[in-house]
Design a protein around this ligand. Structure first.
Ligand code: BTN
Length: 249
C-alpha cells in the first residue's frame, strides 16, 4: 500500500487474487506470523460471516482482509477488538466523506444498510490468548445484492466513491493507533467514536434472540465491547455479542 504510515500494522501483507477465506488462512499461519500481518484478497470462494453464514465475496464487489493480532489480554476483552475495528473503519470512511455509522456489535452501515461486516475469531487456551484474527469485508462497488438488498448495500450503491488503497491506508493507520492505545489500557478514543457514530446508542431497539423480540433502550458500550441496555422493567442489563441481533424500531 502506497505511503502506508504504520509501525507494524499491515507492514507485512499477504495478497491473494482468490482464496477460500482470508480468516481461514490467517488462522492457519497466525502462530508463525508477526503481529499485524494482514491477509488480503480480491475474491473469496468461501467467505465466512457471523453465526455460520456465508459472506458474499466476489471480485467486483469488495475487499476482504484479516489481521493477525497477539495481544496480552484476558479472554473477556477479546471481543473489544471487533469494536476497535468497527470504530477504525467508521473513522476511515468518514474521513473520506462517507457517512458511515456503527451498528453494534459488528456492522458498518451507510444509508441504514450494511456495507461491511467484521468477524473476530480467537485461538485461546484456558487462560491465555494465542492469537486473534480480525476479518473485515467491505462492499465497495455497485452490484445487486438480490435477496439481501433491503439489508445489504455497497458504498457505490449509496452514491459514494472511495479508492480502495486509500481506504485501506486510512483504516490501517487508524486501527494501529486505536489498537496500540488499547494495549496500553486506554480506550477513550475508541469509546468516544463508538458513541459518536453509533446507529444504536441512545435509541430504542429490538433485541432478537432465538426468534424472540424484546424492546429495550440502548444505553452504552462497556469496556469489554458489550452492549448495556435498559429493559422494559427499567433494569440495566449487559448484552453479549454472541447470537443476538438487533433491529431498529
Ligand atoms: C458478518 O457481518 O457476518 C461478518 C462478515 C466478515 C467477512 C470478512 S471478509 C474477510 C474475512 N474472511 C472471511 O471469511 N470473513 C471475513
Amino acid at each position: 500500500i502506497h505511503c502506508l504510515n504504520t509501525k507494524y500494522l499491515a507492514q507485512n501483507i499477504l495478497f491473494f487474487q482468490t482464496i477460500d477465506s482470508t480468516n481461514t488462512y490467517a488462522n492457519k499461519i497466525a502462530e508463525k506470523s508477526e503481529e499485524g500481518t494482514v491477509v488480503l484478497a480480491n475474491e473469496q470462494t468461501n467467505g465466512k460471516g457471523r453465526t455460520g453464514k456465508k459472506w458474499i465475496s466476489e471480485e467486483n464487489v469488495g475487499v476482504y482482509f484479516s489481521i493477525i493480532l497477539k495481544p496480552e489480554i484476558p479472554l473477556s476483552k477479546a471481543s473489544f477488538l471487533t469494536q476497535i475495528a468497527g470504530a477504525s473503519l467508521c473513522l476511515a470512511l468518514n474521513k473520506n466523506n462517507i457517512p458511515a455509522k456503527i451498528k453494534w456489535p459488528n456492522d458498518i452501515i451507510v444509508g441504514g444498510k450494511k456495507i461491511s461486516g467484521i468477524l473476530t475469531e480467537m485461538n485461546a487456551e484456558i487462560d491465555r490468548i494465542n492469537f486473534i484474527v480480525v476479518g473485515i469485508g467491505i462492499n465497495l462497488y455497485k452490484t445487486s445484492f438480490d435477496e439481501l438488498s433491503n439489508v445489504a448495500t455497497s458504498i457505490e450503491n449509496e452514491g459514494f466513491e472511495i479508492e480502495r488503497e486509500k481506504l485501506l491506508k486510512d483504516f490501517f493507520e487508524i486501527f494501529e493507533r486505536l489498537y496500540s492505545e488499547f494495549r496500553k489500557n486506554s480506550i477513550v478514543e475508541t469509546r468516544k467514536t463508538l458513541r459518536d457514530y453509533s446507529a444504536v446508542l441512545g435509541k430504542e431497539i429490538y433485541l432478537i434472540n432465538n426468534g424472540e423480540k424484546e424492546k429495550v433502550f440502548a444505553e452504552n458500550i462497556d469496556e469489554n465491547g458489550n452492549l448495556i441496555v435498559r429493559d422494559q422493567m427499567g433494569i440495566i442489563r449487559t448484552v453479549f455479542s454472541g447470537e443476538i441481533s438487533i433491529r431498529g424500531l
